[in-house]
Design a protein. Structure first.
Length: 169
C-alpha cells in the first residue's frame, strides 16, 4: 500500500544541556547526529512499519552552531523509497527561546534499510510525494542514491545514468 510522505513526518525537540556541549558552549556535532539518526529512523519505521537500520548518512554541513540552553528542532520525513531502502530528509533548526528566534542549523539525508522478521532486507511500500518540496526531494533522490553508491564503491560511475545526465548534453 502506497503511503504519503507526510505520514512519515517526525518532529523531535531537544534542549541543549551542559553535557551536550563542547568547550565553546556549542552543541557537539556527534550529539546532534545521534538525535538526527533517531528522528530519521522513526520516520523510516513509520513509513515501512518494520525495524530499520542506518545504511548511510550524506554530508552534514553545520551552518550555524546551536548554543547551550537553546532548543533543537529536528524534522525528518521519508523523501523516496527504493526497493528495500528509504531516503529520509532532515532539517534542523536551533531556537533561542528567551530571545524568541529560530535559525537553521543544517540539512541532511539518511538512508535506511527495512528488515523483515529474519533480519534480512524487506521490500518497502512506495511513497507518494504531494507538495512541491516533496516532489523536488523525490526527483533528486535517485541522483543522490547513485552518488552514494558510486562513492561507496557499489556502482561504477559509468553506470550512474542520472549523474551523467547532469554533466552531459
Amino acid at each position: 500500500m502506497d503511503k504519503k510522505a507526510n505520514e512519515s513526518l517526525v518532529m523531535m525537540t531537544e534542549l541543549v544541556l551542559p553535557n551536550d556541549t563542547n568547550t565553546f558552549g556549542n552543541l557537539m556535532g556527534g550529539r546532534l547526529m545521534y538525535w538526527m539518526d533517531i528522528a530519521s529512523a522513526l520516520a523510516a519505521m513509520k513509513h515501512c512499519g518494520a525495524p530499520v537500520v542506518t545504511a548511510s548518512v550524506d554530508n552534514i554541513s553545520f551552518e550555524n552552531p546551536i548554543k547551550l540552553g537553546n532548543v533543537v528542532h529536528i524534522e525528518a520525513k521519508v523523501s523516496r523509497v527504493f526497493n528495500t531502502s528509504m531516503e529520509v530528509h532532515l532539517k534542523v533548526w536551533g531556537e533561542d527561546a528567551i530571545h524568541q528566534y529560530k535559525y537553521k542549523s543544517n540539512e541532511a539525508y539518511f538512508t535506511f534499510v527495512a528488515l523483515g522478521p529474519n533480519s534480512k532486507p524487506k521490500s518497502v511500500n512506495p511513497l507518494i510525494a504531494e507538495t512541491e518540496e516533496e516532489k523536488a526531494l523525490y526527483e533528486g533522490a535517485l541522483r543522490r542514491r547513485q552518488l552514494r553508491l558510486v562513492l561507496g564503491g557499489k556502482m561504477k560511475a559509468s553506470e550512474a545514468d542520472e549523474l551523467k545526465a547532469l554533466f552531459t548534453k
